[in-house]
Design a protein around this ligand. Sequence first.
Ligand SMILES: Nc1nc2c(c(=O)[nH]1)N[C@H]1C(S)=C(S)[C@@H](COP(=O)(O)O)O[C@H]1N2
Ligand SMILES: [Mo]
Length: 394
Amino acid sequence: MTRPSWWPHFSSPLRSTAVTARLGRVLGIGFAICFVTGMLSHYQYQPWTWLPEPASPRQLYRFTQGLHVATGVACIPLLLVKLWSVYPNLFRWPAVRSVKHAVERLSVFVLVASALVQLTTGFLNTLDWYPWPWSFPSTHRYLAYVVIGSVLIHVGVKLPDIKYGLQARLSEADVLTEIPWSENPKAHSNAGVVPLEPMPALDRRGLFVAVAAGIGAVAATTIGQTVTPLSRVGLLATRQASKGPMGVPVNKTAAQARVLDLARSPDWTLEVTGPKPFRLTLAELESMAKHARRYPISCVEGWSVGADWVGVPLIDVVRRAGGEESSRVRVVSMQERGAYNHSTVDGPQVGTALLATHLNGERLDVDHGYPLRLIAPNRAGVLNTKWLMRVEVT
Ligand SMILES: Nc1nc2c(c(=O)[nH]1)N[C@H]1C(S)=C(S)[C@@H](COP(=O)(O)O)O[C@H]1N2
Ligand SMILES: [Mo]
């Protein structure tokens, strides 16, 4: 069968296996960083009791989470360029050559589809925008397995092309004759396409400079929500320190959590359960609140800020209730609904966590968890429960 006349032709000499393989290498590293840092974050939600989260370095989660978001966002332009470099493959003739080729096409489809969904929904998540009905964290995690699995399959299938492409110099043109798919490792995006047009204004090195500049711009405008000096260029950084009360962004307000009245009630007390249960009033807590700590608050949605907290060490309350450093502690919020109305503190964090009454030199704003909230080092923001009413020591 001959190629029909309406079948698209591609002639950009910018594309080559050398370009694709290099883009693929960077993208592969990006996906690996996202996967590992994502799994570290997932671990915070479901830790193993025998291997609890360390309490130091206290900025660890802030760093890995910031890296996750910055890398994920940078992967978006990178993936688009990578797709641009190979999409003429979709129009090679004949479209399907063999069963093996069909399976290979299918695996690429799964990879491209899952990666695009993963990166876009991840990005929308950093904007705190969830225009879909499903639970983001679990979908994001399961999709990560699909993406990483299909990356591994893709790398395995394309190994000959990757080797060839990484060895080829950027300035080299590919072999420009059409050779059956399965026989030739050098079969590449431009096979069967002869670049007769004059060289475009951008050469291949120029292409890489443009890609790097694009990625740099996207990353710099995103990490403004973590790296404070960059916040002025944080076009894509939705939650910046300056945008919340007390210089700290708010993820969920007291009104959204429906705790405004309870939180402001003068009758509020903290209930502590355990072998020796007791209650503390806010006045008692504030008279005990002499301990200052500098712990960052690092949201899983990609923003983080360092903050100065004052409060009562959790361990003091735990000991008074008859517990010890090795106790497992559950802190419970006045918020009735929502998955994050409680959290568990165990391992080294029991000794380092603070029941905070003050933030950045002032009594907590109600949106930051007044009258009392948890704050611990190297801990996902979502686990720093606000508007506490009970501490359970076991
Ligand atoms: N009770 C309760 N605590 C909560 C939340 C919540 O929804 N309910 N959100 C968490 C999330 S996702 C983050 S990032 C931090 C943010 O704290 P901040 O609003 O003081 O910055 O609070 C955490 N504590
Ligand atoms: Mo968060």
